[in-house]
Design a protein around this ligand. Structure first.
Ligand SMILES: Cc1cc2nc3c(=O)[nH]c(=O)nc-3n(C[C@H](O)[C@H](O)[C@H](O)COP(=O)(O)OP(=O)(O)OC[C@H]3O[C@@H](n4cnc5c(N)ncnc54)[C@H](O)[C@@H]3O)c2cc1C
Length: 379
């Protein structure tokens, strides 16, 4: 049995950033990924400032464009522009972005095992045992970062983590789009319970449709095809809406248990995507960092379990997710009205703020306070 301090299952942004932070601080970290590194992930690949600011890794060379304006539409009837200034949305391809983060975790000293799925995670009295087809690994702490599809969760006693799912289909490829501004992304809210997006990425475009309405889900590919034609985006073969890849996005639907003993859920496994846009990368990164902070408290003996992590998460991401839930209800009840309202200054300022606001509290402050509180308890 190999011995680690922290075992992290899943090398998406949540798992990779947690591994990176812990390994950089000297912990013995195992990062398990069931696919090959460099895998693609069906995703728009849009990074808001919440995701790119304070990122531990330089990604400048994998950013394909920076969009400093959003065109919000409702079909052909209404359109509003929201300028973002220096709070731009950065566009990446997920395979490049995720590989960069996982590689950084490796450079920091984490053991990164690709093509090695965790089959079971068992909590023991003193820690965890993670079993793969290759070996059994013993650790003090396990972080579950397995994304939207996560059978491991239930076995650990996390029952009701994913009460609300959106479904999204997406295609990405070389395309031409005469008449569209390559520095502007487009959101069209003329989709029941969701929206369509078009993200410019240099010579590439990423276009997709997302909905949280069960009746709309079977029609997403048809809606995607219509959206692509309406925008005049011409994809080069083989990109084709009929073959667009679909995935579920676990939308945040309120608080639920995210840490049991010495295991915790991070990223999509914890259902942290916001219910308005389905943005999940920023929360994946932040939850990975906060779980790393809580894991350090256990490793240093200041705490016995990861119970600190959900509290840190609530304080940091909670306010943003609550606002986005409220806004999702308002926007999806009256999408045409919402887009029309954005032609006016004050609603536009609110929209700009909500789509680019940072999470509450600087991470370093949060980490410092947590360490201080834990050491007081310990003393
Ligand atoms: C179509 C679509 C578009 C989206 N667009 C955006 C966007 O533009 N911006 C944004 O911020 N968010 C977007 N999201 C949401 C975003 O993709 C997720 O929130 C984000 O990927 C979550 O990161 P994660 O690290 O939690 O999980 P993931 O990125 O899903 O990574 C989980 C990893 O765990 C691995 N894994 C799973 N099970 C095991 C196992 N048993 N053993 C080992 N490894 C395992 C998987 O192979 C995977 O690599 C979109 C989602 C979809 C579906």
């Amino acid at each position: 049995v190999d011995l680690y301090d922290v075992i992290i299952v899943g090398a998406g942004p949540a798992g990779a950033v947690a591994a990176l932070r812990l390994a950089a601080r000297g912990a013995r970290v195992l990062l398990l990924e069931k696919q090959a590194l460099g895998r693609d992930k069906p995703c728009g690949g849009g990074l808001t400032p919440r995701a790119w600011s304070d990122l531990e890794v330089d990604i400048a060379d994998v950013v394909l464009s920076r969009t400093d304006s959003g065109a919000l539409r409702h079909g052909r009837r209404h359109e509003a522009r929201v300028p973002l200034g220096d709070r731009a949305v950065w566009m990446v391809r997920r395979r490049d972005f995720d590989q960069r983060l996982a590689a950084a975790a490796g450079h920091a000293g984490a053991d990164v095992h690709e093509r090695e799925p965790a089959r079971a995670v068992d909590a023991t009295r003193s820690g965890v045992v993670v079993r793969t087809p290759v070996a059994a690994y013993r650790g003090q702490v396990a972080l579950i970062a397995t994304g939207a599809e996560a059978p491991l969760r239930a076995a650990l006693g996390y029952a009701r983590v994913h009460p609300r799912m959106a479904v999204a289909v997406e295609m990405e490829g070389r395309a031409s789009a005469d008449g569209l501004d390559p520095r502007e992304f487009i959101f069209d809210f003329d989709i029941p319970g969701g929206y369509a997006w078009a993200f410019p990425k240099g010579e590439w475009w990423n276009v997709g449709v997302l909905s949280a309405s069960a009746e709309t889900a079977p029609q997403l590919r048809r809606l995607l095809a219509g959206f692509v034609v309406a925008l005049g985006i011409r994809f080069q073969a083989p990109a084709d809406p009929v073959r667009a890849t679909g995935r579920r996005i676990p939308l945040h639907a309120g608080r639920c248990s995210l840490a049991v003993g010495r295991t915790a859920l991070i990223g999509d496994a914890a259902a942290l995507a916001d219910p308005l846009f389905g943005e999940g990368i920023a929360q994946a990164l932040m939850s990975g960092r906060l779980a790393a902070v809580a894991a350090e408290s256990v490793l240093s003996g200041r705490r016995q379990d990861l119970g600190e992590y959900p509290r840190l998460l609530q304080r940091t991401i909670g306010p943003h997710l609550r606002r986005m839930r409220w806004l999702a209800r308002a926007v999806y009840a009256q999408p045409a009205l919402a887009v029309r309202a954005l032609s006016f200054g004050p609603p536009q300022a609110v929209a700009r703020h909500l789509s680019t606001e940072p999470f509450a509290g600087q991470l370093d402050t949060v980490a410092r306070r947590a360490a201080l509180a834990a050491s007081r308890r310990h003393a």
